[in-house]
Design a protein around this ligand. Structure first.
Ligand code: ADP
Ligand code: MG
Length: 754
């Protein structure tokens, strides 16, 4: 590389190569990388040397386990590194047409002899396995007409015939070694390759080799003491151990260290973000106790027709201590569908109202906001607040609903009431965020189903507290979610928030009996259950297939299905319809008719997914259930089983796809959202969870949220310790420099402004 030798990092004196330096170098500085290789690398999102050295092997193959063809034993599993000599793709069986089962046959050779490899139904192998390619073949050994054979083995292409010519750097290093050293005991690093295979694993390996050779020793932001405490190898050893381990024993410690770095950087950003929020905060110390009587919140809890569950009581306890403290609350309340988050939210809002402030509850949809308004009004009915302007010195607590459907006159009145403080609690949708909404004094803000809102929208509601002149205070913020995520995953995604979990259901709930129905015969069970339940005074939801990207098509299919069911399986029942393309007034009419029993069955699209609360509904039929994710199915199912009576959920799907099978079986086996969240994470990986909040380069490449739980916790505690001892990060220049690589400019400005 042409840049000067490693220099000490700004603010710290850590010698060695810094990640920032590598991020400033285009891959083309490497000898083996010209224009066309750079284009191929770009396909893998590798543009800089830093990108390259963090392009980690997909797996490592232990060369000591590799045997030669003459050593293969029929009936056993083995791995062979061999060169492709012939590729044949005999035409499919006559009469089966082009879609018949395909067969690709290879002859491959190594020092020990020749082996036959056959792939069924993998026609693309003929393109992948060009003559002259070197690859590892893993599989069970069989014999075919006296020759050894592997059928459908796992394959890793190590090198292509054109690889060596195309690559000027191949004279040394791995180029020659791979072929000859097949049984020499080295470890092969197998890299993710480009789609078309223009860059093979071996080629990428050689580029990484050159990059690491020229980078030399890495600067390590974690000193020896910290590394020892967490059992981590140093960074130089980590990069070497993941890319070119001398033995398999080096791989996991290397991965652990690099995964720790990923998690640690993330935690550092989250913990710093929290620290900065606190530094800038102008919080409200709320009144949480009274000596001259009970508080509004206490009156509310005492007046409930049920006792709080222990988990709800704990949650309220958390809120009370947050609200009594001078720093504004930033708390996430996780609780499964039906666990009773609404009463906890109302308790928080009432603490806000106690001291003469206002409370706001924001929900992602109109249906949900309207339902919350009904619920909140019912819950706070009878409560009064102090009002010196009235004769009695008090007035009823006033709750208002504001959505985009609120009529002009009402809206004006509500805006006035919010500005002069006569509206105590406001429930609404995004309509709460418009400029015309100005609060007299916003004390507590609650966001329901927070994942439906963007970061900016959450910030916008919080900013309502400061008011137009910026002189107001920061409201306390509670965000809620009914889509639980595992605890360590939550630490990664919501590490800047405090967390409360409601892990208990109100008493008397019966689990929703869930069955996956595959055949038309089985499906009839669902409809007969619907008829039976309607007959005994209950109601049923039918959820129609999800149509990706087209509300219109989805609406049309729901409409058609409602008509079909009304004439066929559900003839004689009163069947209604609810979908996203209906006019708001029609939607509300349908919901209301279903709520009050004028409809027996509601055929709906996923608009009913969130929060809809109709205790009399006892059956949920989900069509094409394999199209939905675990979390969504669990949410949908949560619409029934909300009373103490038995309830059913039928998942209709004829799909035999392995992933769909795993999902539907998980739903059948468990009604616990936290258990399902673990399954979901296992099936889908961390990308989807992180996607919601962590964008850009901070994506975790090596860390695994399920298996690296201990690392998440260690990284978090180290981040807390470090920020606690050095809030401005003055003594940690190298870490700051690295963090900047992974966060965007706005975030950097916020975290490191001074
Ligand atoms: P979610 O957490 O899904 O938002 P809700 O707040 O809508 O759940 O509560 C679901 C139902 O349970 C509501 O009808 C609510 O009145 C009832 N509920 C809440 N807490 C309790 C409790 N402690 N005991 C009995 N019923 C409760
Ligand atoms: Mg809710």
């Amino acid at each position: 590389m042409t840049e000067p030798a490693p220099t000490p990092a700004a603010g710290g004196a850590v010698p060695g190569r810094r990640l920032r330096q590598l991020a400033d170098l285009a891959v083309t500085v490497l000898r083996g990388v010209g224009e066309s290789a750079a284009r191929d690398l770009a396909e893998l999102e590798i543009e800089t040397v830093f990108d390259l050295v963090t392009h980690y092997p997909r797996r490592h193959i232990d060369g000591t386990r590799i045997v030669t063809v003459d050593q293969l034993v029929e009936g056993e599993k083995a791995a062979v590194v061999a060169t492709v000599r012939r590729v044949g793709a005999p035409p499919g069986r006559p009469g089966r047409g082009r879609r018949g089962p395909s067969r690709v046959e290879l002859d491959v050779v190594d020092r020990g002899g020749r082996m036959k490899v056959t792939f069924f139904n993998q026609a693309w192998r003929a393109r992948q396995m060009t003559v002259g390619s070197l690859a590892v073949f893993f599989g069970s050994v069989t014999s075919f007409r006296g020759a050894v054979q592997m059928v459908n083995p796992t394959v890793e292409v190590l090198q292509r015939p054109d690889d060596i010519e195309a690559d000027p750097a191949s004279g040394d290093g791995r180029g020659g070694e791979v072929g000859e050293g097949a049984s020499a005991g080295r470890i092969y690093s197998v890299y993710p390759m480009t789609e078309k295979g223009s860059l093979t694993s071996a080629r990428i390996g050689r580029m990484v080799d050159e990059a690491l050779d020229r980078a030399g020793a890495f600067a390590d932001p974690l000193d020896r003491k910290i590394r020892d405490r967490h059992g981590l190898v140093d960074r130089t050893a980590a990069f070497a151990g993941i890319h070119r381990p001398a033995s398999m024993d080096e791989v996991e410690p290397a991965r652990r260290r690099l995964a720790f770095d990923e998690l640690f950087r993330l935690q550092l950003a989250l913990v710093l973000r929290r620290q900065r929020l606190h530094e800038d905060a102008r919080g409200i110390v709320h009144t949480t106790t009274r000596t001259d009587g009970s508080t509004l919140m206490e009156q509310f809890v005492d007046g409930l027709p049920f006792a709080l569950t222990a988990a709800q009581a704990r949650a309220v306890g958390d809120l009370v201590s947050d609200l009594a403290a001078p720093l504004p609350m930033h708390r996430l309340l996780q609780g499964d569908v039906g666990s009773g988050k609404t009463v906890v939210a109302v308790a928080a809002l009432l603490i806000g109202v106690e001291g003469g402030h206002q409370g706001a509850l924001m929900a992602p949809t109109e249906v949900l906001a309207e339902q919350h308004a009904v619920e909140v009004r019912r819950l706070v009915d009878g409560l009064v607040v102090a009002d010196p302007t009235t004769l009695a010195g008090e007035r009823p607590l006033r709750v208002a609903l504001l959505t985009s459907r609120t009529g002009a006159a009402d809206r004006t009145a509500i805006h006035e009431g919010l500005a002069d403080g006569t509206v105590d609690l406001i429930v609404g949708t995004h309509a709460l965020l418009t400029d015309r909404v100005v609060f007299h004094s916003l004390g507590v803000a609650v966001i329901d189903e927070q994942h439906r809102f963007g970061v900016e929208q959450r910030a916008a509601l919080r900013d309502k507290g400061r008011g137009v002149d910026g002189q107001g205070s920061d409201p306390d913020l509670l965000v809620m979610t009914a889509t639980p995520i595992p605890r360590t995953a939550a630490m990664v995604v919501f590490g800047d928030l405090d967390m409360t979990v409601i892990d208990e259901m109100p008493p008397g709930r019966q689990p929703v009996v869930t069955s996956w129905l595959r055949t038309p015969l089985e499906v009839e069970q669902a409809w007969s259950r619907v008829r039976e339940q309607v007959g005994s005074g209950h109601r049923a939801f039918v959820v129609c297939p999800l149509v990706e990207g087209s509300d219109r098509v989805e609406a049309a299919s729901a409409t058609a299905e409602a008509e079909r069911l009304a004439e066929d399986e559900l003839a004689g029942l009163r069947v209604g319809l609810l979908h996203g393309q209906m006019k708001p007034a029609d939607k509300e009419r349908a919901m209301e008719a279903f709520r009050n029993g004028a409809l027996d069955v509601l055929v709906a699209t996923t608009v009913i997914e969130v929060g809809v609360d109709i205790p009399d509904a006892s059956v949920m039929v989900i069509e094409d259930a394999d199209r939905f994710g675990i979390a969504q199915l669990h949410q949908l199912r949560g619409r029934v089983g909300r009373s103490g009576e038995p309830s059913w959920c039928f998942l209709l799907s004829g799909s035999g796809a392995p992933e769909a099978t795993a999902r539907l079986q998980a739903l059948e086996a468990s009604t616990d959202g936290f258990v399902l969240a673990d399954v979901d994470l296992e099936l889908r990986g961390e990308g989807t969870i992180l996607g919601a909040r962590q964008k850009g380069r901070s994506d975790l490449k090596l860390a695994r949220l399920l298996s690296d739980r201990d690392l998440v916790i260690e990284a978090r505690s180290l981040a807390i310790e470090l920020v606690g001892s050095d809030p401005l990060m003055d003594g940690h220049g190298l870490l700051v420099e690295e963090l900047r690589l992974f966060i965007d400019d706005d975030e950097a400005e916020f975290l490191f402004k001074s």
